[in-house]
Design a protein around this ligand. Structure first.
Ligand code: BDP
Length: 688
């Protein structure tokens, strides 16, 4: 009996050993050939570079490859020059990045021509919204990899192993910074016991070129420092920040700096003391300046007043342009509201001319199906980065307004809110890993296309067929099965538009129920909740029509955009239809470009989104022969749920809006399968 039991355990262990759990991300062990590395330098980073090259080499067997630190004017920051036999860089980290690029090219079959690769942004940062108790705000992949609560501040070997794997994954795609705690920051993170843990994390991240940053609570001087005030102009407060910075830099000499959410959603800030955002940012920035640190000051601010929420950040920050010290960067979310499935770019991009501005993207899919829906975000970020602000004439894209190509900037940066947790596969959904990957790749090169990123990720993440021949000394050329690659890539590239279609097409936004931001709740407006947190504030549906009037006749948010955008958005005939109901309140029978009524067009979009998800299910089922069974079935299950959800979204929105439009759902569209009353009641139950 005992023997059989042991045997069973053994068999189980043997089976699970080979089970694909997704933990290896896009960094999979592969068959390699030997390579002779010539590298005279020595450093922890170079040791990693050599080891990676040895472990991952897919070129000719016994080839010689040179890694060389050499000053080259064409190479910027941690950029590098790559050729078939050599990587040159100004820094050790540049060499490591070159190695990862080379290995990626070898594995995906991309050409290795002689080229210089420079990063678009100096700082490429993941913001972890991790709380010190181990929970993660808007995290959908388990608890924090950094924090486990006050009673487990001691650093374990397990912690360190995971941090190292995390650092390696980040470095392999060019990420060079991590904010370790939530923007809704606990003052405790600045106490010595927590800083010690930050130090330990920084030590593991350092050889991979990743700097640590912290989100800080503006009231820290009074809350943990015992001061009477946190007024940024108070000499004692200034002194407190200086001493705190000194303490941090002693522990972490390469500490990156602070991220601050101030006077936003109830967080304390300089306005509590009658001071401006600039006063607040400058005091903290001065404290880290002697050590080369920066302050990323968030522009995500809005109050519950009568002003259109979409206008408030611009109104508050534009008058402060030029008043920030030179190590402050204003961190602005891609859109003027809040990481919606689709928003036009925030008008602050390009408009602040004397202050550097950095984009904040959200990798975690708070508003895009969380870790359940398959939504590849690169197309959304590409759309954003390529948006023309016209601030300095045609071609002033958001990318160029933020990466220093339009105006000289001392610092450039981009941040992404991470989707990483303790789940074995890091991100919850196997395809959510692609969003982490895409963020890193775009931060490195903001001109990359979504197509290329999806292509790379698929090739690195799933095994090629046919299998490699392990008996040969040279690695066989990899042949990608087009029956897998093409349709799955197409699914990824369509997935964001699909989500827009079944959630909030034609410029609709923020139709989510409650604070979960997952399911639909166009009706959701409980008593006592701030108006600008409820969907009716955003869709403004009534019997006359639907949409938020942001034209000159409405909130005039259009005026915050540079011409010709201002006029383009203001005029319903020229406003791009993807932003139609973002900028206009229109009658239900308004004729859209395709000659449909607005109501019919909405119906077709919702149905279209649902149909797209169904087609993704088919695509994925057909991919079965090419994918390991674990990830295959996980994605299959999640797609089923996504499909059920898309149906709920369609039914909820159409049945709710139909009460106002009083028009029939076109007869060639599937009938709803839910009742509005049930949807609303279930929604309310779930919230309670
Ligand atoms: C919203 C999130 C909230 C964040 C906030 C922020 O719902 O949890 O704290 O943004 O970015 O998207 O500060």
């Amino acid at each position: 009996m005992k023997v059989t039991f042991t045997l069973l355990i053994f068999l189980f262990a043997a089976l699970t050993l080979n089970a694909e759990n997704g933990h290896d991300l896009w960094l999979r062990a592969k068959h390699t050939a030997t390579v002779n590395i010539v590298c005279s330098g020595k450093s922890p980073t170079l040791t990693i570079a050599k080891q990676e090259l040895r472990q991952g080499w897919q070129g000719k067997a016994n080839a010689t490859f040179v890694l060389k630190k050499k000053h080259n004017k064409l190479i910027k920051g941690d950029g590098y020059r790559l050729s078939s036999g050599r990587i040159e860089a100004n820094t050790d980290l540049g060499i490591l990045y070159g190695v990862y690029d080379l290995l990626r090219r070898q594995q995906t079959g991309e050409a290795i021509t002689e080229q210089v690769e420079n990063p678009s942004y100096e700082r490429r940062i993941l913001d972890h919204w991790d709380n010190l108790d181990g929970t993660i705000e808007r995290g959908y992949a388990g608890r924090s990899i950094f924090w486990h609560g006050k009673d487990s501040l001691a650093v374990t070997e397990k912690d360190k192993k995971l941090w190292q794997e995390y650092a390696r994954a980040d470095a392999s795609i060019g990420i060079n910074g991590a904010v370790l705690d939530n923007v809704n920051a606990s003052p405790l993170v600045l106490t010595t016991e927590y800083l010690k843990r930050v130090q330990a994390i920084a030590e593991v991240l350092r050889p991979y070129g990743i700097k640590t940053y912290l989100s800080v609570n503006f009231a820290s001087p009074s809350v943990i420092g015992g001061l009477k005030t946190s007024d940024p102009l108070d000499p004692q407060v200034k002194e407190w920040w200086k001493n705190k910075a000194k303490e941090i830099y002693k522990l972490i000499p390469d500490f990156g700096g602070f991220l601050v959410k101030a006077n936003s959603e109830g967080q304390p800030g300089p306005q509590n003391f009658g001071r401006t955002h600039a006063d607040g940012a400058n005091t903290i920035a001065d404290a880290v300046k002697p050590y080369g640190g920066i302050v990323m000051w968030r522009a995500f601010v809005y109050s519950a007043n009568d002003e259109d929420r979409a206008k408030q950040a611009y109104n508050e920050f534009m008058p402060l342009d030029g008043k920030f010290h030179d190590n402050v960067i204003i961190q602005v979310k891609n859109g003027p509201i809040d990481f919606q499935p689709r928003e036009p770019f925030s008008p602050l991009f390009g408009a602040m001319k004397k202050t550097p501005v950095m984009p904040e993207l959200q990798v975690t899919q708070e508003y895009l199906g969380q870790a359940i829906h398959l939504v590849f975000l690169a197309p959304m970020w590409e759309e954003f980065l390529k948006s023309d602000t016209y601030q300095e004439g045609k071609g002033s894209t958001v990318a160029r307004c933020t990466d220093g190509s339009i105006s000289q900037q001392k610092h450039t940066a981009i941040a992404g809110v991470a989707n990483i947790g303790l789940d074995t596969n890091w991100c919850g959904h196997p395809f959510a890993q692609a969003n982490w990957y895409a963020f890193g790749r775009l931060a490195w090169n903001n001109q990359l296309s979504s197509d290329q990123i999806a292509d790379e990720w698929l090739k690195l993440t799933f095994k090629p067929t046919p299998a490699e021949d392990k008996t040969k000394s040279t690695v066989l050329p990899i042949v990608w099965n087009i029956n897998f690659l093409k349709p799955v890539k197409r699914m990824m590239l369509e997935s964001r538009e699909a989500a827009v279609n079944y959630m909030m097409p034609l410029g609709l936004h923020h139709l989510f129920s409650a604070n979960e931001h997952y399911g639909p709740g166009p009706w959701w407006a409980p008593k006592g909740v701030r108006k600008d947190w409820t969907p009716p504030y955003f869709h403004k549906a009534d019997t006359l029509g639907i949409g938020f009037d942001r034209t000159e006749k409405g909130s005039n948010a259009v005026s915050q955009y540079h011409e010709p955008l201002r006029s383009l958005f203001n005029n319903v005939n020229t406003c791009p239809e993807i932003y139609l109901l973002w900028f206009h309140h229109l009658p239900w029978d308004y004729q859209t470009k395709g000659g449909l009524t607005l109501w019919d067009d909405l119906c077709y979009h919702y149905q279209g989104g649902l149909d797209q998800v169904r087609s993704f299910q088919k695509t994925w089922d057909k991919a079965k022969p090419y994918v390991d069974k674990e990830r295959f079935s996980m994605v299959q299950k999640k797609l089923r749920k996504q499909c059920v959800n898309a149906q709920v979204w369609k039914d909820a929105c159409l049945l709710y809006f139909q009460q106002f439009s009083r028009m029939p759902i076109p007869y060639n569209i599937e009938r709803p399968v839910h009742n509005l009353k049930d949807l609303i009641e279930n929604d309310m139950k779930r919230i309670r």
